[in-house]
Write a protein that binds this ligand. Structure first.
Ligand code: IPM
Ligand code: MG
Length: 369
């Protein structure tokens, strides 16, 4: 029976644009090297979806994503699509997938591998041993709030002038469900949760703070504190190790997670998981499509490979295989192999494919020890 369920597992492979195709190819090799039988099906998304079917999230791609057990996603976006109307831009693919599949819980762990302590722009004593988790809400906030648009200002000192506007809003159920996810994650770690808000200015985030405080009653074993987002940004670069789990809204989480990524030396190292209420998920590196280095064979595939490990753990119930991949990544770092984004003097510079090969090799050799 167990064997059957393994055979049935279907992974949607959505490489996307820019370096997306290069890094996803390496993660697929790593998955294949595990010796498990996965059904993997690839579909175009983002700019590639637009080129193939005139839409960043083509119907066939959405259908595949819906029927798959998990989604491995590369990255989307390219400057050449910036002039398209918003609904056709590559970013709509990832936003659409998050929304259509109700992937509301985004896990962005920031872990500093000891070998990369010198690659961080922060002092070693500030970041060594760093292990924090950002839980970002992904379905609400100003990202999706209506109304939004461009219009003639209906009032105010610039009445009649053109203006752009968006709406920040969070409903109680939305805040409750992400708060539960974050408290549960904290229970499995250091039992400390920091809720990041802007309650001093925004109604939306006063409400957020009130609801998170209420949900806390169900998790007395977790220590909760609240922090304004500007202070959180400062503390992240001042004393990041003071954090355990951070929970925040969609927009603040977008910004803080990029900052947290850089603590670890390179955003090229950071995996992420976006989960629905049943642990179905989309797994993607936290970085973008990096069109400036696309096609050069120098992109770091480790964030995507580590995202595949998260996929095995959270959605496919294969924690031992996830461990094997993470161990293999540690091993190639210990061997001194570095893509240019994490290169330092004294290490060996390798490209995307060679980094993938090294992880595959580490997986294979481990079988014989
Ligand atoms: C991210 C990205 C996306 C976001 C973009 C590509 C829409 O920055 O996943 O952090 O803003 O959420
Ligand atoms: Mg972002």
């Amino acid at each position: 029976l167990i064997l059957n369920s393994i055979f049935d597992m279907k992974i949607a492979i959505l490489p996307g644009d820019g370096i997306g195709t290069e890094i996803v190819a390496q993660a697929v090799r790593v998955l294949e090297a595990l010796g498990q039988k996965f059904e993997m099906e690839t579909a175009p998304v983002g700019g590639a979806g637009y080129e193939a079917h005139g839409h960043p999230l083509p119907d066939g791609t959405l259908k595949l994503a819906k029927e798959a057990d998990a989604i491995l996603f590369g990255a989307v976006g390219d400057w050449k699509y910036d002039t398209l109307e918003r609904s056709l831009r590559p970013e709509q693919a990832i936003l659409g997938l998050r929304k259509h599949l109700t992937l509301f819980a985004n896990f962005r762990p920031a872990i500093l591998y000891p070998e990369l302590v010198g690659a961080s722009t922060l002092k070693p004593e500030v970041v060594s041993g760093l292990d924090i988790l950002i839980v970002r809400e992904l379905n609400g906030d100003i990202y999706f709030g209506q109304p939004r648009g461009m219009r003639e200002a209906p009032d105010g000192p610039f009445k009649g002038a053109r203006e752009g506007f968006d709406t920040m809003r969070y409903s109680e159920p939305e805040i409750r469900r992400i708060a539960h996810v974050a408290f549960k994650a904290a229970q499995k770690r250091g039992k400390r949760l920091t809720s990041v808000d802007k309650a001093n200015v925004l109604e939306t985030f006063q409400f957020w703070k009130d609801i998170v405080t209420d949900v806390h009653k169900e998790y007395p074993d977790v220590e909760l504190d609240h922090m304004y987002v500007d202070n959180a940004a400062m503390q992240l670069v001042r004393a990041p190790k003071k954090f355990d789990v951070i929970v925040t809204g969609n927009m603040f989480g977008d910004i803080l997670s990029d900052a947290a990524a850089m603590l670890t030396g390179s955003i090229g190292m950071l995996p992420s998981a976006s989960l629905d209420a049943n642990s179905k998920g989309l797994y993607e590196p936290s970085h973008g499509s990096a069109p400036d280095i696309a096609g050069k064979g120098i992109a770091n595939p480790l964030a995507t490979i580590l995202s595949a490990a998260m996929m095995l753990r959270f959605s496919l119930n294969l924690p031992a295989e996830a461990d094997r991949i993470e161990k293999a990544v540690k091993q190639v770092l210990a061997q001194g192999l570095r893509t240019p984004d994490i290169y330092e003097a004294g290490t060996t510079k390798v490209g995307t494919v060679d980094m993938g090969s090294a992880v595959v090799k580490a997986l294979r050799s481990e079988e014989h020890t």
